[in-house]
Design a protein around this ligand. Structure first.
Ligand code: MCA
Ligand code: AMP
Length: 514
């Protein structure tokens, strides 16, 4: 069978005119398809020259840049495993990921070389390179000495392509192992499902260390040979300014909320846009409706996970399996995508009838292999008949639309980033004078949901909420920091003594919204 390397499929979709613009940055830098081909070849040759063992992980924590995307593509091309890391992660977080994944190569921002390389070398990593967001750093310097020709390494569909760290219900982050086949099958299917066509141009304004920006957006554009307008940071005014030259935009709900706050978002501004896609967190019906009224266009909401890439989507056009259904229904995440089996199960492990709420389980070519070096965790998250337990709670209506109503996993999704209460509580509980803590998610107008910490002090300890927050800030990624902290005499508990987080959520739900 021919190689199933995801890069080969992306490369095969490059347009025949390699001099055409593939990526244009918002600052006006232009990269041709030939540039992508040559630069990824040089980086792939650099990686190959290191004589790394098969399956080596290439861990990358760098600011967003076109070169960072090329490094991802080069890793696929050279047949290694890409491990992206959020730029907000601080040293304790990075130490865990590097210690757990044991990457052969670490690439970091030049400014972080001191502390990151220390962690990496301690964990046995042989090679640490730097990559700045302004085309600087040792990675590019070294790659410049290599040939711009490279034969893509052959891969099988079930060969590992990337590891994405994510947390489940308890414990430390787990590395979801995604294969070339997982991602390629998803990308090929979405090209068709979302009606990608010639001339499409994507505005890329998401970070490139999670599924949404790294896989859904980049694979979507590349496998269609489409140009990207590349924004290092999301700026609603800049996105609106570039819309007349674009046709597709992807964002987490916070991006849509911020775009709606701009008077410049008008029907005229979106006149050439074909498709607005939202996901990663629930899109409020209010945002969905307001968008429709203001722009005359209907946001297409879809649902996915790090472990599965994309699972469901509202229709772009008629989904043949459900008759001539074309409606994008706000508040739903649409239909299971072609090839994905999705079921809703009750507590008794049986499939639930239409409309009833239960646990969402999925199966398909897009579902990950396993959690990195955690066979027990992997076994826990799959059913005996091979369905993955998403931890999301939802229902399917009579027309087949899936709605997510909540989560059985204790997870807060803030501005599209996942925050695991157990992790933050662990840090708070270690602070002097803390007896116990609970982190709950409450509604927020910008981020959708944010964390609020509720802390009990040990007898006689004079705990200050500000000091708790300051301590967390010094240790954790910024998006994980609770937006408010309260020191209280006691936490509500059920008869079993378990903290009743639902009561806390209720108590604090009005903190940021009326
Ligand atoms: C920034 N801050 C946040 C968040 N982002 N707080 C809570 N939640 C957040 N997401 C805080 C910072 O700590 C800081 O607080 C202040 O906001 C300003 O920080 P800054 O970095 O300037 O923020 P920003 O640039 O305005 O960022 C907001 C953002 C960003 C653009 C919405 O969070 C973002 O790009 N989110 C997208 C995440 C994403 O791509 N998710 C996809 C996951 P202070 O000033 O107090 O320090 S993939 C996925 O979920 C699946 C599989 C799927 O289905 O797609
Ligand atoms: P992650 O672990 O970052 O891959 O996040 C996956 C989780 O994001 C899912 O399990 C859902 O809880 C959530 N999610 C993704 N897309 C949506 C959506 N459209 N609506 C509601 N939740 C979503």
């Amino acid at each position: 069978m021919s190689s199933q390397n995801l890069f080969s499929a992306l490369r095969a979709a490059f347009p025949s005119d390699l001099n055409a613009v593939a990526v244009e940055t918002d600052e006006g830098l232009r990269y041709s398809w030939r540039d992508l081909d040559r630069a990824t070849a040089m980086m792939a040759n650099l990686l190959a020259s290191l004589d790394l063992p098969q399956g080596s992980r290439i861990a990358v924590q760098v600011e967003k840049s076109v070169e960072a995307m090329m490094l991802y593509l080069a890793t696929l091309r050279a047949g290694y495993v890409f491990l992206p890391l959020n730029t907000a992660y601080q040293s304790a977080e990075i130490e865990y990921f590097i210690g757990n994944a044991e990457p052969a190569v670490v690439v970091c921002s030049p400014a972080n070389f001191g502390w990151v390389s220390k962690i990496a070398f301690k964990a046995g990593t042989q090679h640490v390179f730097t990559l700045g967001d302004d085309r600087t750093g040792s990675l590019l310097e070294r790659a410049a000495h290599h040939s711009d020709q490279h034969k893509t390494v052959s891969k099988k569909a079930d060969d590992l392509a990337a590891i994405l760290y994510t947390s489940g219900t308890t414990g430390r982050s787990k590395g979801a192992m995604l294969t070339h086949g997982n991602m390629l099958s998803n990308a090929v299917m979405l090209k068709d499902y979302w009606g990608w066509k010639r001339g499409d141009v994507l505005i890329h304004a998401l970070p490139i260390f999670h599924v949404h920006g790294l896989f859904v957006a980049i694979h979507g554009a590349l496998i269609n040979g489409s140009k990207m307008i590349w924004m290092a940071k999301f700026d609603p005014k800049r996105v609106i300014a570039r819309m007349p030259e674009a046709t597709v935009f992807m964002g987490v709900p916070t991006l849509y909320v911020r775009l709606l706050a701009e008077p410049g978002l008008t029907r005229e501004a979106v006149r050439n846009m074909r498709l607005f896609i939202a996901g990663s967190a629930p899109l409020l019906l209010e945002t969905f409706n307001e968008w429709q009224q203001r722009t005359g266009q209907t946001i297409l909401e879809r649902y996915g996970m790090s472990e599965t890439v994309m699972l469901t989507s509202n229709p772009y056009s008629a989904d043949k399996r459900y008759g001539k259904q074309t409606e994008r229904r706000g508040g739903t995440v649409g239909f299971p995508l072609p090839g994905v089996s999705l079921r809703v199960r009750g507590d008794d492990g049986q499939n639930l009838p239409v409309g009833e709420i239960g646990a969402i389980q999925v199966k398909g070519p897009n579902v990950f292999q396993a959690y990195w070096r955690m066979p027990e965790k992997t076994a826990e998250e799959f059913t005996a008949d091979g369905f993955f337990k998403t931890g999301d709670v939802g229902k399917i209506d009579e027309r087949g639309y899936v709605t997510i109503v909540g989560r059985s996993k204790d997870l807060i999704i803030s501005g599209g980033y996942n925050v695991y209460p157990a992790e933050i509580e662990g840090y708070i509980n270690e602070m002097a004078g803390v007896a116990e803590s609970a982190l709950v998610g409450v509604p927020h107008p910008d981020f959708g949901e944010v964390g609020v910490a509720v802390v009990i002090a040990k007898p006689g300890a004079g705990l200050k909420p500000d000091a708790i927050v300051a301590d967390l800030k010094s240790k954790l990624a910024n998006f994980k920091i609770p937006k408010r902290c309260f020191v209280v005499p006691e936490l509500p508990r059920n008869t079993m003594g378990k903290v009743q987080k639902n009561l806390l959520r209720d108590q604090y739900k009005g903190l940021f919204v009326a």
